[in-house]
Structure formats: C-alpha cells, structure tokens
Design a protein. Structure first.
Length: 368
C-alpha cells in the first residue's frame, strides 16, 4: 500500500482488514468491556416509560458536539430556544446543529423500515446536513484535508481522499456490503462500526460534511445491529474531548495500517461514553422522581403527562402539552404557570413567546 498525503489515496484497501490486523488480545479485551457498558446503557434505556425523556435531549447534545468537531459552535441556550420558539433570529450554527439532529432521524426512520443502510440514505443525510442537492463528489473535485490550528504545520495537506467515479463507486459498494452483510462479513458489530467509520472517512465521498455524516452512520450501525434501541450513545462528546487523537489514529490507519490504535480509541469511546450516558440517565431519572414528588405534594391532581413533558426538553411551550386531555393552550399555560409558582419551571419571554425552562434539566445536561 502506497500512501502519500498529497496524492489521492486510490490504493485504499477494500474491507475487511486482514484478521491479524484487528484480532489483537488487547482489542478483544476492550471489545468485551465496551459491549458490557453498551449493554447496561441499552438495558437502562428500555426501562424508562417515556424514551423521549432521553432521546430528545441526548440526541441534541450529540448533534451539538458532532458539529463542534467541525468547528461549528453554538450554545445550549441558543439550541433550546431554536427548538422551542418560532423566532427567526436563530444563529446559522444553531440551524446546522438542528439539521444534524433531523438528519439523524432521517437515517433512523430508514433503517427501521429497510433494516439496512444504503447509498440513497447516506446521500440524503448529507444533503440534509449541508442543505444541498449535490451528491457524491465529482471526479474533477480536488478535495484535500488540511491541518487546522495555529501550529507550525497548520495549513499542510494531511490527507487526500480517493478520486475517480469508478473508484468511489467500488469503495462505497464495498463499504455498504461490509456494514450490511453479516453472512459474508461475519464480524462483531462494534468492530464493524469502528472499521466502517474509518473507511467512510477515508473514502470521503462528499465535498464536505463527511465527518458529521459518518458519525450519524455510527449510530445507525449500532441500532441496525440491535446494540442500541434508541440514539442515546453520545460518541461525539468523547471525540471532541480527544479530537487530536481522533485525527491522529485515523491517519495512522491510512499511513501505516495501524488498525489496533484506531480500534482501541473507538472501543474506549464506546465504553466511556456508555458509562457517561448511564450516569446522565440516572441523574435525569433521580431529578424526575424528586420533581414528581414535589409536584404531587403541591399540585396533587396534575396530569402525569405534564410532568413527563417538562423532562422531554429543557425549554417548553404551552403548545407542547396539547393532547387528548389538555385541549387548549389556556389550560396548558395554566398548568405551566402553576409549575412556575412552585419553582419547578421558570418563565422567560423570548420575542413574543412565553417559554418555560426546566432549570434542573438544563443543569444536568450542561454539567460535564
């Protein structure tokens, strides 16, 4: 394998790697540990009566961190306002993060229907993220990965992805066969996710947005292989905290075929992220129970659905409570005002709208 940073990597090997490149004792031990942690996380998520209490909040945090990896920064407050109001003055960064979350759900809807990942879905995810009608990059596009930052080597080319319509088609078909066909490619699904993520980023099929598309694919692979019931593994938080290592180990596979370091990195990400998310779930559920007890003491007849609703996202409006039992905004607003009176929620005026904030949930989500 010949690798030169400034030359299209048309010799990128097809999947899978050779067995001796991935079946290392250290890798297998960490693989078992990551499986245990992920199993605990998925088990806890299945016991929660209303999964939206986790899915809405955690998927938004994942979208935020994944976008930060690409230097798209927004604040939690901006995001909560963006999903809770009709205010048109939303920052471009917040809009990009929300598009990421929408793209994640596009992919999830597809795999639930078709039980596989296909090229059309990948392209749709990319198009949603980038708000474009373009698809796989053309043969004439000179795409290169440039080192960022302010070091002496900043601005240098660190990787040039494969180039050529036929080459990209072959690599993408191989990638899709690898992640979907468990008969031909009988490999542990966590290893498939990690290996597939490298390969997708190395193929780099789009002019831009490959990192975010690839991180959505991580979640889709784990859900499609029944390792996750809901999109609640917050991998991007680990990557943003270990960003230099992420790119270093990706490059190590390309330049030296160093699969071991890359697999150890990704399995560590799964293990630590699963444990972190379990901790967050426990914090949220404990706070939910404490809040429920407080509400039942002061507003004993409040509909339980209202209590659940204020934990599905930190910022909420009266319209979010409308259901078969609560049929008017005035009734919903009355309940929310009552919750403000007992200090469960805080009322904020954002533009022309009244938004109610669950500060306890905000505190849990924003704490590291």
């Amino acid at each position: 394998m010949t690798f030169k940073r400034t030359t299209p990597f048309n010799q990128l090997p097809l999947l899978p790697p050779e067995d001796d490149e991935i079946f290392d004792k250290e890798v297998l031990l960490l693989l078992a540990k990551a499986h245990r942690s992920l199993g605990i996380l998925d088990g806890i998520s299945k016991k929660i009566p209303n999964p939206l209490m986790l899915v809405n909040t955690i998927s938004l945090q994942e979208a935020k961190s994944s976008s930060e990896i690409e230097n798209i920064f927004t604040t939690d407050d901006e995001l909560y306002k963006a999903i809770s109001t009709t205010d048109t003055a939303i920052s471009p960064a917040a809009k990009e993060v929300l598009r990421y979350r929408e793209s994640l759900w596009t992919g999830i809807d597809h795999i639930k229907k078709h039980e596989r990942i296909d090229l059309d879905t990948i392209i749709q995810i990319y198009q949603n993220i980038k708000q474009t009608q373009t698809g796989i990059r053309s043969e004439h596009s000179n795409v290169r990965i440039i080192k960022e930052g302010k070091s002496i080597t900043s601005g240098e080319v660190v990787y040039t992805p494969p180039k050529g319509d036929d080459i990209l088609k072959e690599l993408l078909n191989n990638f899709l066969a690898f992640v979907n066909d468990d008969g031909k490619y009988n490999l542990d699904p966590l290893l498939k996710m990690a290996i597939g993520h490298y390969q997708f980023e190395a193929i780099h099929p789009f002019p831009d947005g490959n990192g975010r598309t690839g991180r959505i694919l991580n979640t889709l692979i784990l859900m499609n292989k029944d390792l996750l019931s809901q999109p609640i593994l917050y991998l991007s938080k680990y990557i943003i905290n270990n960003k230099d290592s992420y790119y270093h180990y990706l490059n190590g596979v390309s330049s030296r075929g160093d699969w071991k370091r890359w697999l150890l990195y990704m399995l560590t990400a799964v293990d630590e992220t699963a444990n972190y998310t379990v901790m967050k779930i426990e914090e949220i559920t404990q706070q939910f129970e404490a809040t429920r007890s407080h509400i039942e003491k002061h507003i004993p007849n409040l509909d339980f659905a209202v209590i659940e609703a204020i934990f599905t996202q930190p910022y909420i409006k009266a319209i979010h409570l409308i259901n078969d039992k609560i049929k008017s905004r005035n009734t919903a607003r009355k309940y929310l005002d009552q919750l403000c009176n007992i200090q469960v929620l805080e009322l904020k005026h954002i533009g022309n709208e009244n938004v109610y904030i669950n500060n306890d949930l905000v505190r849990i989500l924003e704490s590291t």
